[in-house]
Write a protein that binds this ligand. Structure first.
Ligand SMILES: [Zn+2]
Length: 269
């Protein structure tokens, strides 16, 4: 990139813009490291409203509705470090490889994202350098630091999904998502399925792949860490009570999984 391009990229986030990375409980002692790619729906001031009305910017296309409350409460319950992205997935999707055509979506479900049309290479690169990269760099730093300090990392990527997508209703309440490593997903599935009120998706409503996902392949699989994604249906966590219930439920399940892993010698202590 030439110097003009580099100076253009410095203009995306300005002093009124929030930092992309949100962290809670950074000194948490839990082996679980919680990450949340679609936690926030902030948009850099310079991008305006991306050409969308507020009603669209509150929909699932902009963020994972309800997951922020679940993630924060779960972080507290487990004493687990949470790393989350404050900017909307419509600015740049932090769970897509940057080379993916959906990294900066021009259309999401059926909504055209006018502010993402005809982006220059420099404008796309600015979003990557200032929103995507700091988030993933921080996750990598934290995993490295834990590793150096002898602290294990069980990577949990938290998401929520819309109950109806493209006019199709989804029956699952919750799903586990994985690709190459089934150690955590199998333990999670077993316990979720033991709860009589739940319809549980096994790699539903999405499965992880190298083409469509970034966080689990890069931070979990490439490092050989135990990992899982979780998707919770958004109507179940649409208010504080729902968020609390799901955080309580997941905290109890992860607590059991941690005990089991220790008993099986898969975690130190
Ligand atoms: Zn998500």
């Amino acid at each position: 990139m030439d110097l003009d391009g580099a100076s253009d990229t410095s203009l995306l986030l300005v002093k009124d813009d929030v930092p992309p990375v949100m962290e809670e409980n950074a000194a948490g002692s839990s082996p679980f490291l919680l990450v949340c790619d679609h936690y926030g729906r902030a948009i850099p001031c310079g991008l305006g409203d991306l050409g969308l009305p507020e009603s669209e910017l509150r929909r699932h296309i902009a963020w994972d509705i309800g997951i922020a409350g679940v993630a924060s409460a779960l972080s507290k319950h487990l004493d687990a470090h949470l790393i989350a992205q404050r900017y909307s997935r419509l600015v740049i999707d932090c769970n897509r490889p940057p080379q993916s055509p959906n990294s900066i979506p021009r259309i999401s479900e059926t909504t055209v994202i006018a502010g993402n049309e005809g982006l220059t290479r420099e404008a796309a690169e600015a979003r990557r350098q200032q929103v995507f990269d700091p988030y993933h760099r921080r996750i990598a730093e934290v995993i490295d630091r834990r590793s150096r300090g002898g602290m294990p990392t069980l990577l949990v990527s938290l998401h929520s999904f819309t109950p109806v997508y493209a006019s199709i209703a989804r029956p699952w309440h919750v799903g586990t998502l994985y690709q190459r490593d089934t150690r955590l997903p199998a333990r999670l599935l077993k316990r979720l399925r033991a709860e009589a009120d739940l319809v549980v998706g096994d790699n539903e409503p999405y499965a992880v792949s190298d083409e469509t996902d970034y966080t689990i392949p890069v931070h979990g699989e490439a490092r050989g860490l135990m990992n899982t994604g979780i998707e919770i249906r958004q109507d179940l966590i649409a208010d504080d009570a729902g968020e609390r219930q799901w955080a309580d439920r997941l905290a109890a399940i992860f607590g059991e999984i941690e005990i089991e892993l220790r008993a099986q010698g898969l975690l130190p202590g």
